[in-house]
Design a protein around this ligand. Structure first.
Ligand code: GDG
Length: 728
């Protein structure tokens, strides 16, 4: 098996200079972090032995050079380029990606641009990625797609291939009220795009929950413990807090500390490292440091802030604005508080080699990280991991994913400048013993769930959900081979029974139940089947006896109405009851149902001779299950002494006489003869009781590709008719 990693950018950047292509390795968190995991695959006992990384190489490559470049990248880096023009990539990267998704997902709706063109461009790039993948995909590849640039790719691939697909989002997933601001197609489009995956991973439990809520509110899809059942497959949503390469940060030998670092004993160092981004709260940090200096003159000359800001997204205006404000604030603080001997803020607008970064982590006294929103924030974890002396204090914003795991740090709300200033003061005076104790606990956690564990956990979970999905769905698809076996068994048996539901099974589900009459052809088909020697047909429905009698009573089939309250034998015109039933209890129950119907707009009551049902499929999808549960509890509490039962079906509560259900009813017929062939077909929740009650040898078939206890499932109602025709 091979692991295909797909991300916007490749781990190498392609350059073209002096008429030649050459490559530079990039050292992003994901790239360097995953490299250990990927290297370990070769010798692992797991099924995955190789990997290939797909992404944009960073520049446009003319068609005539593409094959040479592809080979070069593949041979040296286990990577394969997705060729895209710089113009299109820039449009999308600086368009939908970083002017719409990024600000919105980081709770900056005022920065979000909703441009009609953006969505089309974003779709196009995702399609190009799909086409490139389709060229190289093998049937046993596992695909792992990364991040917000490629949120449509899982679904685009799912339409074409059956491989396991995982998706991981590196940035926060926002709350429903923010996400729903996305206009037009993009709102449902992004969710559907992601649902093409088998596993969707987020950094924190909150992000997973926000995503699930958006899926519920916008697409109307419910979940159970993070599992969403779609037509014919299951999708799992889960939390995988990304770790760092702990050993690398902890063990790296750094000989040459950065020349700009002060001598240790001179001054305390407060370190700040980020990409230039409004989400990182760098301005708040400076303001906090300024307030700290203002409030604490005793620290003047004794502490400095080393601030590294890595250039990023240069073409986006909002980024240029922050850059200008940063410059102003650094100038202001240094001018206001500094002296010839002391510069309070040393500011570098550049990227450092990783060794220097680690040496800065080790030589700082405090790391001050104040994002207003951050998916995880790896810098925080890297700082803690790097401290092989176990000293140093981390001040961390509560709005980072990392704050959930680094609870021994000083957690602050970066919107409070006072809190930042106060935390700096506290951090500078925490005794070493306490620092070591806190860092020790955090290091243990970071070591246990490091980047390799994170990646293997994700890939293992992907395999696991695929197995569950396959056994619940794919393995149950009614194949031509099984149909052939079924028909042979039918022909070779002497006592056969066909138990079949009506709505959604013999006839298509219709919005108006009164119009769901059987066609002449259907009646003829049923009539011809039951004429064949040794075949009994039972139609088992939740409908009232009037419709059924009128529509189906004209052919000699056995009928049961109201889930079994009424029975009509094939050779009789009379409806009888299997056991004495009472409807007197309805008087007591109806007012309660009415009360709850008043409280839940969209809920409806339906009354039959011996049953009542309370439907809520038209009510608010989030509110309804709570009210339904309350109603169930209420009913249970007052019906303890009445011989009735309450079934909670698919968005319906069914209240009827005890022992009246399709499962029990089936045995009324099955007990009569020693049937050697049983076929049961149903479509609704109440048919599940029928499937559960049948012997293991029965052919039970669910119409619709959702979770079922039937042995098999088929996609469409028309297939039932084809199958029945096959019996002739
Ligand atoms: C996204 C999400 C999520 C930084 N400066 C230098 C440098 N770095 C390295 C750090 C770290 C990485 O860059 C930054 O990672 P972050 O997690 O802090 O932030 P994003 O880049 O915004 O990443 C974020 C992450 O994805 C992972 O899922 O945590 O929330 O926004 O590894 O060390 N590396 C070098 N020189 C620098 O000057 N060499």
């Amino acid at each position: 098996m091979r692991l295909l990693i797909v991300s916007n950018r490749l781990p190498v950047s392609l350059k073209f200079r002096n008429e030649e292509f050459y490559m530079e390795k990039s050292a992003g968190g994901l790239v360097s972090g995953l490299s250990d995991y990927l290297a370990s695959l070769k010798n692992s006992t797991a099924d995955i032995k190789e990997y290939l990384w797909l992404g944009w190489p960073g520049i446009s490559v003319k068609k005539k050079h593409q094959e040479v470049v592809r080979k070069k990248i593949q041979n040296h880096y286990n990577a394969s380029p997705v060729f895209l023009s710089e113009e299109l990539m820039e449009k999308v990267y600086l368009g939908f990606c970083n002017k719409t998704i990024w600000p919105l997902f980081h709770y900056f709706p005022n920065y979000a641009v909703f441009d009609r063109e953006f969505w089309g461009e974003y779709k196009k790039v995702n399609e190009i990625f799909r086409d490139e993948l389709l060229k190289i995909i093998r049937p046993d590849d596992i695909i792992w797609v990364h991040d917000y640039h490629l949120m449509l790719l899982p679904q685009l691939l799912r339409e074409k291939v059956n491989n396991p697909i995982g998706f991981f989002l590196h940035i926060p997933f926002p709350a429903y009220e923010i996400f729903r601001m996305l206009p037009g197609e993009s709102r449902a489009g992004l969710l559907n795009g992601l649902l093409g995956a088998d596993l969707i991973g987020f950094h924190t439990h909150d992000y997973s929950q926000y995503f699930l809520r958006c899926v519920l509110r916008i697409l109307g899809l419910e979940h159970h413990m993070g599992r969403i059942d779609l037509q014919g497959r299951a999708v799992k949503v889960d939390t995988f807090p990304m770790g760092v390469d702990y050993n690398k940060f902890n063990k790296m030998v750094v000989q040459n500390p950065h020349p700009d670092l002060p001598a240790k004993e001179d001054q305390k160092v407060v370190l700040s490292v980020d990409r230039l981004d409004y989400s990182k709260g760098i301005l708040n940090r400076l303001k906090g440091f300024e307030l700290f200096l203002h409030n604490n003159p005793q620290w003047h000359g004794k502490v400095r802030m080393s601030m590294i800001v890595v250039p990023s997204r240069i073409g986006v205006d909002s980024y240029q604005d922050i850059k200008s404000s940063l410059d102003e604030w650094v100038g202001y603080i240094n001018g206001m508080y500094g002296s010839f001997k002391w510069t309070p803020v040393i500011y570098q607008y550049t990227s450092l080699p990783q060794k220097d970064l680690i040496s800065m982590f080790r030589l700082s006294d405090v790391a001050l990280l104040t994002p207003l929103r951050d998916g995880m924030n790896l810098v925080a974890k890297e700082f803690v991991a790097s401290r092989n002396d176990k000293k140093g204090v981390l001040i961390l914003s509560e709005f980072t994913g990392a704050s959930k795991e680094l609870s021994e740090s000083l957690i602050i709300n970066p919107n409070s400048i006072d809190e930042i200033a106060e935390a700096i003061k506290t951090a500078l005076s925490i005794p070493e013993k306490k620092q070591i104790c806190g860092n020790n606990a955090m290091q243990l956690r970071l070591k246990r769930y490091d980047i390799t564990k994170w990646a293997s956990d994700f890939v293992d979970s992907l395999t696991e959900i695929r197995n569950i999905s396959d056994s619940s769905f794919r393995d149950k698809f009614l194949s031509d081979e099984i149909i052939r076996d079924l028909l042979t068994d039918y022909r070779n048996s002497s006592r056969k029974i066909i138990i079949v539901n009506y709505d959604g099974t013999l006839v298509p589900l219709s919005g108006n139940p009164k119009t769901a009459k059987p066609s002449k052809e259907l009646l003829e088909l049923l009539n011809n089947i039951q004429k064949q020697s040794g075949t009994d047909i039972v139609i088992l429905s939740g409908r009232g006896k009037d419709d059924l009698g009128k529509w189906l009573g004209i052919i000699p089939v056995n009928l049961t109405a109201e889930y079994g309250s009424w029975i009509k034998e094939h050779d009789s015109d009379e409806w009888t009851q299997l056991k004495p039933l009472s409807g007197e209890w309805k008087e007591d129950i109806l007012p309660i149902l009415e009360l709850y119907t008043g409280r839940l707009p969209g809920a409806q009551i339906r009354e039959k001779d011996y049953s009542l049902s309370w439907h809520y499929h038209k009510a608010d999808i989030e509110q309804a299950p709570f009210i339904a549960q309350e109603l169930t509890d209420h009913l249970i509490s007052i019906t303890a002494n009445i011989d009735i039962q309450i079934f909670h079906g698919n968005k319906v509560l069914e209240i009827s006489n005890s022992g009246i259900n399709k499962g029990d009813l089936a045995w009324h017929w099955l007990d009569r003869k020693k049937y050697d062939f049983i076929l049961a077909i149903g479509a609704g929740w109440s048919d599940e009781l029928l499937f559960q009650s049948l012997p293991a040898t029965a052919y039970s078939i669910k119409v619709g590709m959702t979770q079922t206890d039937a042995r098999y499932m088929m996609e469409k109602q028309e297939q039932v008719i084809d199958l029945l025709k096959g019996l002739l």
